[in-house]
Design a protein around this ligand. Structure first.
Ligand code: NAP
Length: 284
């Protein structure tokens, strides 16, 4: 599996997003574990999760626990695996989401994530979503403290605009490791943030890279050029889509979600595909 960098950490070019295994429509635990093991078998070393990937109020961290357990039970060498989690976005258990970016809350949430993930520090901790009720600098201040205390090894942000990326990079003293924003054929408005990450050498992790859990299967139907390139190459439109992400910039590391082993086994093929300039022009 080819690799890319998140700060000083080498990770697989294609990661695995954990959300479909823990929210509405999730499979049973055995299928989720099989999916995570399939990813590890394929050489995936980046796993994206969040404390908020759960359904019911009393199971905060469901996805963190699932991923940590599956990595532990895999049986191979996992020393190069990076689990990236997030805090600051919450689910009360009724299907809704809300934000809490208070520094005191974020520091407690990170400690709780660390306890679930195990080990002596969180590999990559991402501030999930700006809280309009809290100055952004205050939330980022919690990341600075967590880094300095050694609770987290790398700090990232998510759902951030260009000004927030610049502010976070400044407050973190140049230690901002990653930006995780929505990006897919249907949702391309984070081009400026992607360009800034490329300029600054910060990893850009597109979320819902295939268009999201409910749309990913229909990617080829929705976007004819992706279907066409896929047919020409004899691969799935989802693989073409992930290769299109990778072609955007060397800092891009997609994290396609999966709840079936077949999905991640297919997605990793994107790491071996270099799209031609003609294909990229067609895909837009
Ligand atoms: N930072 C944020 O605010 C934020 C928000 C949303 C998501 N995320 C992160 O980003 C990750 C990815 O986003 P997402 O899961 O929402 O959407 P996505 O990656 O666009 O789509 C996920 C769906 O794609 C399907 N899929 C994956 N690979 C496939 C393939 N090769 N062929 C056909 N179908 C395939 C999976 O189906 P099966 O389930 O059938 O395997 C899965 O349900 C999440 O899991 C989460 O870690 C972050």
């Amino acid at each position: 599996m080819p690799t890319r960098m998140i700060a000083d950490r080498t990770v697989s070019t294609i990661g695995l997003g954990g959300m479909p295994m823990s929210i509405e429509g999730r499979p049973d635990a055995a299928r989720s574990v099989a999916t995570i093991h399939a990813a590890l078998d394929e050489g995936v070393t980046l796993f994206d999760t969040a404390d908020a990937y759960h359904l019911h109020a009393d199971e905060v961290g469901h996805n963190e626990t699932l991923i940590a357990g599956a990595i532990a039970s895999w049986g191979g060498d996992t020393s190069d695996v990076l689990v990236a989690t997030k805090g600051g976005h919450l689910r009360p258990g009724d299907g809704t989401w809300y934000v809490d970016g208070r520094p005191e809350y974020l520091k407690k949430a990170a400690e709780a994530s660390l306890a679930r993930l195990g080990g002596d520090a969180i590999g990559l901790y991402q501030f999930h979503r700006p809280d309009p009720a809290v100055p952004y600098a205050d939330s980022i201040g919690a990341l600075v403290e967590l880094l300095d205390a050694g609770t987290i090894r790398l700090a990232g942000i998510s759902n951030a605009n260009v000004d927030q990326i610049r502010l976070a990079q400044e407050l973190l003293g140049g230690r901002l490791a990653s930006v995780q924003n929505q990006f897919s054929p249907a949702f391309r408005s984070s081009e400026p943030e992607l360009e800034l990450c490329t300029e600054l050498g910060i990893a850009f992790i597109p979320w819902s890279p295939l268009g999201g859990i409910s749309s990913a299967a229909r990617l080829g139907e929705r976007f004819a050029p992706f279907q066409q390139v896929a047919a020409d190459r004899g691969v799935s439109p989802q693989v073409v889509c992930l290769a299109w992400h990778l072609a955007k910039s060397p800092v891009v590391i997609p994290i396609p979600g999966a709840s079936r082993p077949e999905s991640i086994r297919d997605s990793v093929h994107a790491a071996g595909i270099t799209l031609t300039s003609e294909e990229l022009a067609l895909l837009g």
